[in-house]
Design a protein around this ligand. Structure first.
Ligand SMILES: [Zn+2]
Length: 453
């Protein structure tokens, strides 16, 4: 058995990271041989299941029904015997029913508003907050942030986990945080320039909004100090990455997290930008067939399922993220041994079925971004006309395109969407600035179809 504390950098030293220099990722735990990582995961999985069984009635009942206990877990693959947890479990046990500790023993609550009904509430002990700050510091470091960097944090502060998650991670790293939150874009740009921010944290759509406003003001952010962008909290395409990198003059790094599991800091790309390293010392990742629920072999695309391995307040067993991805344990050039998953470009919930064709908004985005004479903003409007789905794609002309050219542009876009995505859309080309800009998570779809599908 491995002594957990001996290899867990999170608990080794004040500040969590040994040294923050160019090579500080040579943190033992990020380069741990995979057999030792697996042994650590199994030990922590058993402890998590035992805790959930003892302290959370829902998990106790489901484990009993499945006829499995923590002692039955002999190897990591045995995780497949455990029951799943889904988002509605949190709502059904609102607000604190899945917590493993009485709420007065916690240190913080976060919540996300659902589109319908009750919010999803998550809780953290002081220990959980400490782990989260360490994981976010590792995440920022993995992305290229360093001690002493000015980190401009445009993620929303408040109940959303993005703002505070980044904030405490950046402080833990030894960076200098500007707690900007979203909105007031012109002021954001002034502070990015005046403070010489090297790192920008935002949703990808808001990063693009910042770039656009700066261009309108005649400010060239590409010639400033920005070098690293951490973008996440909404799906985005490779085309969007290139657009952001070109317009802000930085390396755009994808990071992944969800509040039900912790918040940001669950997985992040390294500077190679070839998949996101999931922090396996704290989370167990699986990919399953979303229909049958069966685990899929490495490399096959399916739904990402995550089990927390160290969470105290809210242990999560086999949480179904609804995100579609593929895993690989192939060694990354950066030297880290933790598995990678492909960038998440679609969530099951985001998938639209249009006249029987499965469509992710990110597929539409990939057609639009970088196309001449188009601004990178769009909205899909779905309606039912008679018995058929009808899709209107609202796009925006770039500055300088004559209004007389809009019809041609619209036909060109419709042709490419049909060719590359396989659906027929009516394209409405709008003048520059006509589509509402996101200050947080972008709204890409307005589905006006009757709900009883
Ligand atoms: Zn790597």
């Amino acid at each position: 058995m491995i002594a957990t504390t001996a290899i867990d950098t999170a608990s080794r030293a004040p500040g969590g990271l040994r040294a923050v220099g160019p090579d500080a990722w040579h943190d033992d735990v990020e380069t741990l041989p995979r057999e030792r990582l697996a042994a650590l995961q199994l030990e922590r999985l058993r402890a998590t299941v035992a805790r959930a069984q003892a302290q959370v009635p829902l998990h106790r009942e489901r484990l009993r029904a499945a006829g499995v206990a923590s002692d039955d877990l002999r190897e990591l693959a045995d995780v497949a015997q455990l029951p799943f947890t889904v988002k509605t479990d949190l709502r059904d046990h609102y607000p604190f029913g899945l917590f493993a500790l009485p709420v007065h023993e916690l240190a913080r609550l976060h919540a996300s508003s659902g589109t319908t009904g009750k919010p999803t509430v998550v809780g953290y002990t002081r220990g959980d907050l400490d782990t989260w700050a360490n994981l976010m510091a590792r995440t920022l470091h993995c992305a290229g942030a360093r001690r002493g960097d000015i980190v401009h944090n445009a993620y929303g502060y408040g109940l959303f986990t993005g703002g505070l998650g980044m904030h405490y991670g950046a402080e833990r790293l030894g960076a200098v945080v500007v707690p900007m939150s979203g909105g007031a874009t012109e002021r954001q740009i002034q502070l990015i320039v005046d403070f010489r921010a090297r790192v920008l944290c935002a949703t990808p759509s808001y990063a693009l909004a910042i770039a656009e406003v700066a261009e309108q003001q005649g400010i060239d952010l590409r010639s400033g100090a920005l070098q690293v962008g951490l973008f996440g909290a909404e799906p985005w395409s490779e085309a969007m990455r290139h657009e952001i990198e070109a317009r802000l003059g930085l390396r755009a790094i994808d990071n992944y997290g969800l509040s039900e599991i912790m918040g940001p800091g669950v997985a992040v790309e390294c500077e190679r930008q070839c998949g996101l390293h999931g922090w396996e010392d704290h989370f167990l990742f699986e990919v399953i067939d979303p229909d049958s629920g069966r685990p899929l072999p490495e490399g096959e695309a399916g739904e990402l399922v995550i089990t927390t391995l160290t969470k105290q307040a809210l242990p999560m067993l086999r949480y179904r993220t609804r995100d579609i991805t593929r895993l690989t344990t192939e060694r990354c050039d950066c030297g880290r041994t933790h598995l990678r998953f492909l960038r998440v470009t679609g969530r099951n919930d985001d998938m639209l079925i249009v006249r029987g064709v499965n469509v992710f908004p990110s597929q539409i985005e990939a057609v639009l971004i970088g196309r001449p004479h188009l601004a990178p903003h769009y909205l899909l409007v779905l309606e039912r006309r008679g018995s058929l789905d009808h899709v209107t794609l609202e796009v925006e002309a770039a500055f300088g395109l004559a209004a007389g050219e809009y019809d041609n542009l619209g036909r060109d876009v419709a042709h490419h969407v049909k060719a590359m995505v396989g659906i027929t859309v009516d394209v409405r080309v709008l003048p520059p600035g006509a589509i509402a800009r996101s200050q947080g998570k972008a709204v890409r779809v307005r589905d006006l179809r009757p709900k009883e599908r």
